[in-house]
Design a protein around this ligand. Structure first.
Ligand code: C2O
Ligand code: CU
Length: 482
């Protein structure tokens, strides 16, 4: 897959890293003025500075929650009420979308659709119940390609009511991909139409928890980790290989799945997606092991090194089998009765597009290009910030649906549905092994996926590609649950 070569910080100096002895930093926790059974958190979206590249590079000017990248990790217990008061000190309007959480529509953070955008200087209070345990994240839904691209995102962990047994340590890695210039500042050119029609904005610098992880990730022999991966990149898909280790996937997009080894030993995380792993630290004290990202052929690189300390935690990791996490209260779709809808993804480079419906009007390809629109969902292209769109589908509340999504384009798309988790029941016509619950389904080029869910959450919900440049260039629609 072609990734543009970029006039920027060299891969060698950044992605491959030097030998500085920095540990992969942990994410700061959100300060929580919690009453039992509830949490109130204040977040300020504002410019800040972050040592993304680490010394000797200068700090990078970013936008972050509380000025930090990533924003503070919000942790609540399943069933808790979470209240987050957001203050906007950005030079643009903003909102927060609680990616993957099944929140009431008015809390979903989609500007002009579920709330007015928060003006600079404004405040908005989000409040909802954390119904599902798992790994989620939060980010703006206004001009996402730039706001998320400049660092506005944070992890949100909903802990199980009973902590899962035999886990020694719970670790979050928020992955991001940046396009930095020689002086470690973020390159402009957000929304470049050429890349929008291809891979989206792929960068040249990969961070874990807001830092190029040069010094390695410190572990102890015999530990059993729960590792929560969050892909906050605009466009980069990660495919992680843990050399010498056997990660076990226990949750996808927050939702439990039967524990299993990832396909081909590689953990694939598309933009917007999360994967929870259980990782047994089977190496010897003092050992090092590489974590590689091999997703793009011939563009493999070392993400970081696992660095074993001299002191083991115990002789070997727990031998108890890795338990399936307790299921969340997601309603089970009735596949026999589910109403079937076809969804076709079209457009992009290397496809011939005649035109599309935009805000109810037919535009030919040239007119679309003039508006930087290049992708379609069922022959329509939605511009973000474009006001009321006609829904792609109108669903009856509490009925079961199956969306058969066909990707007729030459690029992969991580398609995200707001307000619901869905089961991925088939790929290319073949039933999936795990019938995994997801909120974002990665569909390779020219392939298809069938997703099924109960439309139990009333309101207007976005359905869009999480390659943020694709979303901005039309690959978005609205699903109405009436
Ligand atoms: Cu994480 Cu509508 O997006
Ligand atoms: Cu896409």
């Amino acid at each position: 897959m072609p990734i543009p070569r970029l006039p920027a910080l060299g891969r060698r100096s950044l992605i491959l890293g030097g030998a500085a002895a920095l540990a992969a930093p942990a994410v700061a926790r959100a300060a929580d003025s919690s009453a039992p059974g509830g949490s109130t958190i204040r977040l300020v979206a504002r410019p800040g500075r972050a040592a993304l590249a680490g010394p000797p590079h200068p700090e990078t000017a970013v936008w972050g929650y509380d000025g930090r990248v990533p924003g503070p990790e919000i942790r609540v217990r399943q069933g808790d009420r979470l209240r987050v008061v957001l203050e906007n000190r950005l030079p643009q309007e903003t909102t927060i979308h609680w990616h993957g959480l099944r929140v009431p529509n008015a809390m979903d953070g989609v500007p002009h659709l579920t709330q007015p955008p928060i003006a600079p200087g404004g405040i908005f209070a989000y409040e909802f119940e954390a119904t599902d345990a798992g790994t989620y994240w939060y980010h703006p839904h206004v001009r996402s390609l730039e706001q998320v691209g400049r660092g506005l995102y944070g992890p949100l962990v909903v802990e199980e009511r009973e902590p899962p047994p035999t886990i020694d340590r719970d670790v979050t890695w928020v992955l991001d991909d940046w396009r930095l210039l020689e002086d470690a500042q973020i390159a402009g050119g957000f929304g470049n139409a050429m890349e929008a029609g291809m891979t989206g904005r792929i960068g040249n610098t990969v961070t874990v928890n807001g830092r190029v992880p040069e010094g390695g990730f410190a572990v102890r022999s015999g530990e059993r980790l729960r590792l929560r991966l969050v892909n906050a990149a605009n466009a980069r898909i990660f495919g992680l290989v843990f050399e010498g280790h056997e990660p076990v996937v226990v949750a996808l997009d927050g939702q439990p799945v039967a524990p299993h080894a990832p396909e081909d030993g590689r953990v694939v995380v598309g933009p917007g997606m999360r994967v929870d792993l259980v990782l047994d630290m089977t190496g010897q004290p003092g050992a090092r092991a590489r974590v590689l990202d091999t997703y793009y052929a011939r563009l493999e690189y070392k993400l970081l090194e696992i660095a074993y300390g001299a002191e083991p935690l115990r002789d070997r990791p727990p031998t108890a089998p890795i338990a399936t996490l307790p299921a969340n209260p997601v309603p089970e779709p009735d596949l026999a009765r589910a109403e079937r809808h076809a969804v076709v993804l079209g457009g992009g480079m290397m496809n011939h597009l005649e035109g599309a419906l935009v805000d109810g009007r037919w535009l030919d390809a040239r007119e679309m290009m003039r508006r930087d629109l290049t992708w379609t969902v069922n022959g329509t292209a939605a511009a973000p910030g474009g006001h009321v769109h006609d829904p792609l589908v109108v669903l009856r509340r509490n009925a079961s649906y199956l969306l058969a999504i066909r990707n007729e384009t030459a690029w992969p798309h991580p398609m995200h549905l707001h307000g619901h988790s869905f089961r991925v029941v088939a790929r290319n016509g073949v039933p999936t092994r795990h019938r995994e619950w997801q909120d974002t389904v990665l569909i390779p080029r020219r392939e298809s996926a069938e997703i099924a869910f109960v439309a139990d959450n009333p309101g207007d919900w976005m359905f869009h590609c999480h390659v943020l440049e694709h979303q901005a260039a039309g690959m978005m629609g609205l699903v109405r649950v009436a």
